[in-house]
Design a protein around this ligand. Structure first.
Ligand SMILES: Cc1cc2nc3c(=O)[nH]c(=O)nc-3n(C[C@H](O)[C@H](O)[C@H](O)COP(=O)(O)OP(=O)(O)OC[C@H]3O[C@@H](n4cnc5c(N)ncnc54)[C@H](O)[C@@H]3O)c2cc1C
Ligand code: SF4
Ligand code: SF4
Ligand code: SF4
Length: 377
């Protein structure tokens, strides 16, 4: 087997590596730092299983329109430690309280982002919060299959391409498997994240991509090192500026095979960015989740966590109008090639200064918008 799928559309989901009957696929970092399948040609028996199960090679399916909900966790501490309204933690606790397991990403010792499978409630806090780096799946699909075959309920949480990868590996549905994905505009390279961490000047002790101390809409990168703590809003932190300009995303994110309001997951979580206009009574600047329910199983789980939430049904079209990443890939920016070409010669901060500068026209537009907002009060 030479190629499993189109190079630029491969998501790095690692489903091919999990199903190869002779174990000849390993996930290796490419020159941008993204994991890709590498086939050991001498061991490959050309069975074609990897290409058959690759979720990117499937015919696009259509899914029903989901029900949409605005949701806020009533527990303020959990909500503030989460990116949006704090729904994920409730889903995870519900499955663990059934004796189940949860699979979601955490930071490991060197702040690499990896999915882990856990049955320990103490791990939920590590799983909370968006980590804007592509997460490594490792052996999680096989661990999940073993748990499901033994009758253990499992919640899998990740990007749509990862839920697609898990479904492909399992090859069937299980009543006790709950898939929760996110509206995902893309994942940056792990190498960019490690460079940024190395530039902090002192060993990093903790990191949060979605600190809310400057507000939810103007979230901040909070980095604690041995020398102190910095908390820079999305307009100033170099890593967030590059991410929000889509300069360091995986190539597949510019032509994503998983874009759709309807999904194969049971539930989708997102920031309800348009809540202030669409549902003003659910906006207080501390974070509101948009929860999309795609299946009966998803609806059962939603109803189960409902008592712990302030929640109301909301209009799907209005909600998605403020969240185009649900069904559209972001455009690949002109500066992306220059960004990766200069990865070894410029710091992340220098790259952000050079590539994220506003044009004169954008500056004028922002000035005008601020003036109009001021006049409106
Ligand atoms: C890379 C990325 C891009 C996103 N893009 C958008 C977007 O364009 N629009 C939008 O509305 N929302 C986006 N989100 C989702 C949003 O940031 C919140 O994760 C979501 O609203 C859930 O928030 P919560 O408060 O319920 O729980 P939280 O506790 O904040 O939940 C975090 C959720 O993100 C998942 N997660 C965290 N890091 C990763 C990772 N590296 N890989 C896979 N899954 C991860 C967890 O499994 C969990 O489901 C994105 C998240 C990530 C990680
Ligand atoms: S299964 Fe996943 S990692 Fe393997 S080729 Fe397809 S998209 Fe890439
Ligand atoms: S063709 Fe079969 S043996 Fe070869 S890499 Fe793919 S799954 Fe493995
Ligand atoms: S944008 Fe698509 S390809 Fe990229 S991480 Fe998200 S789901 Fe995967």
């Amino acid at each position: 087997m030479e190629h499993i799928t189109n190079y630029n559309r491969c998501t790095g989901c690692a489903a091919c590596a999990a199903v190869c009957p002779v174990g000849c696929i390993t996930m290796k970092a490419d020159n941008e730092g993204f994991l890709r399948p590498a086939i050991g040609q001498s061991a490959c028996i050309n069975c074609g299983k990897c290409a058959r199960i690759c979720p990117v090679n499937r015919e696009p399916a259509s899914y029903p329109r989901p029900a949409a909900w605005a949701a806020i966790n009533k527990d303020e501490e959990t909500r503030l430690a989460s990116s949006s309204g704090g729904v994920f933690a409730l889903l995870a606790r519900a499955i663990l309280s059934d004796g189940g397991a949860v699979c979601a990403p955490v930071f490991d010792g060197d702040f690499t982002v990896r999915h882990i499978v856990t049955r320990d409630p103490a791990d939920i806090i590590r799983m909370q919060g968006s980590k804007y780096v592509q997460s490594e799946i490792g052996n999680c699909y096989s661990e999940i299959k073993a748990l499901l075959d033994a009758g253990t309920p499992v919640l899998f949480s990740g990007t749509p391409c990862q839920t697609g990868g898990l479904r492909a590996v399992l090859g069937k549905d299980y009543d006790h498997l709950y898939l929760q994905d996110i509206i995902c505009h893309g994942v940056p390279s792990p190498v960019v994240w490690q460079r940024y961490l190395a530039e902090q000047g002192s060993p990093v002790k903790s990191a949060s991509f979605r600190d809310k101390s400057n507000g939810w809409l103007t979230f901040s990168m909070r980095i604690e090192t041995e020398r102190g703590t910095t908390c820079q809003p999305l307009t100033r932190d170099p890593y967030l500026r590059l991410f929000l300009r889509d300069l360091d995303l995986r190539p597949s994110c510019y032509d994503c095979a998983f874009k759709s309001a309807g999904r194969e997951a049971d539930l989708t979580l997102a920031d309800y960015w348009g809540v202030k206009k669409a549902q003003p009574d659910f906006f207080d600047g501390k974070g509101t989740s948009l929860l999309l329910v795609h299946s009966e199983k998803g609806e059962r789980l939603r109803a189960r966590i409902a008592p712990a939430l302030r929640m109301t049904a909301t209009d799907l079209d209005r909600a998605l109008a403020a969240n185009p990443a649900a069904d559209l890939s972001v455009a690949c920016p002109h500066g992306r090639t220059a960004f990766f070409a200069a990865l070894d010669s410029r710091t992340i901060a220098e790259q952000a200064d050079i590539l994220c500068r506003d044009s004169a026209a954008t500056k004028a537009k922002n000035l005008l918008r601020r003036a109009v907002n001021k006049l409106r009060g």
